[in-house]
Structure formats: structure tokens, C-alpha cells
Design a protein around this ligand. Sequence first.
Ligand SMILES: Cc1cc2nc3c(=O)[nH]c(=O)nc-3n(C[C@H](O)[C@H](O)[C@H](O)COP(=O)(O)OP(=O)(O)OC[C@H]3O[C@@H](n4cnc5c(N)ncnc54)[C@H](O)[C@@H]3O)c2cc1C
Length: 429
Amino acid sequence: MSALRCASYYNATINQESNYPTLEDDIRVDIVVIGGGFTGVATALELAEKGYSVALLEANKIAWGATGRNGGQVTGSLSGDVAMTKQLRRHLGNDAEDYVWNLRWRGHDIIKNRVEKYCIDCDLKFGHIQTAYQPNHMQDLNAMFEEAQRRGMGEYMTLVEAKDMGAYLGSPLYHGGLVNRRNMHLHSVNLCLGEARAAESLGVQLFEHSAVLDIQEGERAKVMTAKGSVTANSVLIAGNAYHKLGRPKLRGMLFSASLGNCATAKLPDEIALQINPQDLAVYDCRFVLDYYRLTADKRLMFGGGTNYSGRDPKNVAAELRPSIERTFPQLKGVDIEFAWAGIAGIVINRIPQLGKISPNVFYCQGYSGHGVATSHIMAEIMAKAIDGQLHEFDLFAAMRHIRIPLNEWFGNQALALGMLYYTLRENWR
Ligand SMILES: Cc1cc2nc3c(=O)[nH]c(=O)nc-3n(C[C@H](O)[C@H](O)[C@H](O)COP(=O)(O)OP(=O)(O)OC[C@H]3O[C@@H](n4cnc5c(N)ncnc54)[C@H](O)[C@@H]3O)c2cc1C
């Protein structure tokens, strides 16, 4: 594992470590992408497939940010779907619901096709179960099941009653669940590094340890790093919650939530089979939820909790252990070998933020903790926009967002209060 990466399970199991140079020159390309997470790498790859010359600048290592720290769950639970549908009705009328429904699954197809096309080894598996933590959560799951059936996706879904949950999870916690076999789970760092290698094979120039310090706007924009610069026709800012570029336009729009994640020691086969016999990714229906799955080498990877202080939790393993042991009492005292945290970019109405800070400087950010699929969807939309196909970009750029203008600290406190409200309301339901 590189000392420059966090001590995560993913980073301990990388297939092929990246080793891109630092930018130490002044170069010219069609498009420069800032940020080497899913958003930046996937957009760079899409643009290279369209024939553009592209440079990608990453401040740390490829997949260093949220992309390299997440739960690896590829869900159809698009963040901001309800608010998005409401706003899209202004432009799409009654087609808004269908558009959002199809959008939900688009990232799955992009990832699946890309893994096949470029032979990316990232432990891709199918199958999720969303679990009812409280009895009344079954109403929500039932509604999702009915919608999937109505829209011809019933073959992927199974509604599970409480009495049958033992066939899916060895946990006493749940009141039922909804299995979705279209959703996927995977090794995020190996996916992102595989996409970076695919981009490189198409001519994308990738640079690590090359933080962008300034963007000089103009007909030909110039982005500056400590040791070099890139001049380009278009710029994409894809630094998500880890950057402060594009101020003042982007101030007060995106907020940081620190999320913890961990992986246990390898579990004996019989225990792995007992707790998760169908190898599903799992998440519950609460606002602040637990999410977990087995890794390829049969560890339990378990995430949950969140804080909006902008700082990482003090002791991720200690914070997550009670939830692990409540979920699976048979794992009491299990060794937690990896524990790490990451920052997700949260948008107040949860709708991804796509836009421009000047005619040729674009940004794309804010998937509110649901970014594995969504980043790939938005990357496709951004690459099309930079290629001049603006229809979908314009839909997102026209979305109304709440801005908290003073500074991000106030926004984070407001989000913390909001989270407290939802958590209390949930516990009183
Ligand atoms: C703990 C955790 C669990 C999660 N679990 C899931 C999950 O299971 N499923 C799901 O769908 N989503 C999940 N998410 C969310 C998902 O990981 C993110 O939405 C997604 O990875 C965002 O990708 P990104 O490329 O936009 O941002 P990031 O991956 O954060 O990448 C941004 C990159 O930009 C770089 N950068 C910043 N500033 C500069 C600069 N000035 N110059 C150059 N580079 C810069 C950073 O170093 C970083 O590498 C989770 C997030 C976290 C933190």
C-alpha cells in the first residue's frame, strides 16, 4: 500500500498501483479535468473516447478522495430524486418521472459495459437488499417493489417478509427487505484505477501530486499547479468536497459530511455464509443508515454514521463496532483490521450540481453519499456537454439550489441540525 493513500481495505488490495508523474511543464490540450475520482476519471475517459486530447490533474493519487473510501455499492437510489423530478416537470412535463426512473439505472450500464470493454478486474457482483429497520419501512419497500413491477423491472426484485429474512441475512434486526438484483457492488479503487488506465490507453495525460492552485479564465483557460500549467479550451472542476476552486461562484453550495467505513478480518467461510449467504450488499431504510457487504476475500465491510463537522471521526472502528455487533451478534469481538473515513459532498436538496463558473469552466459535484453510479451518469452528461450536446446538462444546470452564502461552516451546522431532526423524527415514527 502506498503511504500516500489512506489505510483502507481497498488500498491494501489494489491490483496495480498508479504511478503518474507530477506536472512539471506547460502543456496545451483540448480539455483539462481537475480531480481524479470517479467524476474526473470517467469524464476524461468519455472525452478521450470522443477523440479529444485531455489532461487530468489530481492533487493526491487517483481515487484518493471519496471514490477510494466508499462502500462500493452501486445503487439505483439516485440522490435528490424527488426534488429532481419536481423541478424537471418544468422542462419535461409528465415525462419527468420516466426520465428520472431511467437515470437511476444508467450508471449501472455505464459501469458494467466499461468493466467488460476494458477488462477491469474490480470484484463486480450483482445483488442488494434494502432492509426494513422498523416495521413501517415495509410500506416504503412495498411501494418501490410495486413501482419496479409497473415499470417492467419486476424480474430483478423480491420483496422479503420478516419471517423469510433468515435466507438472506443472519441478523435479528430486520422486519423484511427488498432484494434488487440489478444493483451491484465492487472494489471502488480497482474500478477507478482501471478506468484511469483505460483513459491513459486512449491518450489522456494523467498527473498525480499536481494540485490545481488557480484557474485563469479566458477563451483559452489556464490552470496552474505549483510546477506547471495546462492551457485548454474547456476546464472541468471535479474535486467534489475536497476542493475550494471556483470561488465565489461555488461558495455555500456544497457541504462536507464525514463518513466512516471499516473492514473486519477475513471471516471463516461458514460465518460469512451464515451472515450473508447470498453475498448481497445491504443498506437499511433509515436517514442515517448502516451499509455493508462482504469483500471478495470475505471480510465484512461496514459503514455508517455521519458527521457534518468537516472533520474525520476520532476512532472509526470504535464508533462502528456497536452497530456491527448489534447487526450480527455472532461477530462480537471480531477484529477490525481496516478503518478509515472519507468526505462526501452534500447538497441541501440532494440534486447533483452541474454548471459553469464561466463560459468554458464547468463543474460537476454533489451526489450526497450516492455517487458510485451517479458520478458515472454525470460524467457522461458532462462529456456530452463539453462536446456541445447540451440538452441534459442544461436540465441540471437549470436546477434551483439553496445556497448558504456566509461560509461552509454555517451550512454544515444547518445540515447537522437537519440530520438531527430527521433522526429524531424517524425514532418517533
Ligand atoms: C465513506 C463513504 C462511503 C460511501 N459509500 C458509497 C456507496 O456505497 N455508494 C455510493 O454510491 N456512494 C458512496 N459514497 C459517495 C461516493 O464515494 C462519492 O459520491 C463519489 O466517489 C464522488 O466522486 P468524485 O470523483 O466526485 O469525488 P472524489 O472521489 O472525492 O474525488 C475528488 C478528487 O479531487 C481531488 N482534488 C481536490 N481538489 C483538487 C485540486 N485543487 N487539484 C487537483 N485535484 C483536486 C481530490 O484529491 C480527490 O481525489 C460514499 C462516500 C464516502 C465518503
